[in-house]
Design a protein around this ligand. Sequence first.
Ligand code: ATP
Ligand code: MG
Length: 321
Amino acid sequence: MSAIRANGLVKRFEATYALDGVDLVVEEGEIRGLLGPNGAGKTTLMRVLLGLVRADAGSAELFGRPLHSGGPEALEQVAGFVEEASFYPYLSGRVNLELLAELDGGVGDSRIEAVLATAGLTDRAGDRVNGYSSGMRQRLGIAASLLRQPRLLLLDEPTSGFDPAGVREMAGLIRELSAAGTAVLLSSHQIGEVEAICDCYTVLRSGKVVWDGTAQQVRGAAPAPSYALSTSDDRRALEIAARSPDVAAVPSPTGGLELTVGGDGLDTFMFALGDARVAARRLEMVVSPLESMFFALTGGPQSGPAPSERASTPQPAAAGR
Ligand SMILES: Nc1ncnc2c1ncn2[C@@H]1O[C@H](COP(=O)(O)OP(=O)(O)OP(=O)(O)O)[C@@H](O)[C@H]1O
Ligand SMILES: [Mg+2]
């Protein structure tokens, strides 16, 4: 049975369609990334699925139980938060969790300590929440979500404010939960982060689903990825690229070469460099398949939330695929 099955969800705020006929399926144990530029409707979709707002049209089932008309049971075993989780600022993280647990019918102290440890908050659990950094508040939000051992977690930008180590820990945690059968719907603007942990993606734009598929499908359907390459002899590497099918190379304004590669062109090109005794010193994917897909679907890096410098560097002409 699917964790989420939503059909034709519509949510309007005056003239704005935050959701404009959204269909979404999230299977049990699946980690689905929800992507889209600012204002695409990600938070609104999470709010609807968490029962915080009612859709104007359409329907959704969580584990086969209809949302809204099915009463609060539909949200059993569902947890998560949108934007930033809120807590009592003058109480400690641990006391906040104890209060939440009580509201939920109570959980043992050991469960509270376990979720604090999982969220990496044990050391600061006795401190008041108003002294927490934003990353620590997000961690407390995660700890709170885990109190009820959810089968479905809805996380809206859960790692915003996290340091790089925290992002990595969160990815590990989400993978562990998914391996134990929890379905996760996760929104993020960090495409690299999403790419590292998600099995599949839904891309929203202006309240509509503009792409839905698996990580494998992204790799197959995305525009050619691009790479930064530096070699022992870039001039010679350019000549070799000119003769290589599926590879387009141009000198990069910052040194080295920019490559756009289709099909299996990269392997063939790298072998050709080796045959010509040109050493590859650095090869880095600059725009990943998911990123190029995202930019193509959402109107380029300019419309994205955080146009990265590397993504806006001029792209070499697309190679044949
Ligand atoms: N309470 C509200 N009142 C009026 N308009 C709203 C409200 N909530 C959302 N919207 C509008 O709905 C659209 C979708 O907003 P939403 O917050 O779902 O986008 P998002 O994809 O989460 O964006 P972001 O990446 O910036 O978090 C936006 O145009 C937004 O202005
Ligand atoms: Mg949002």
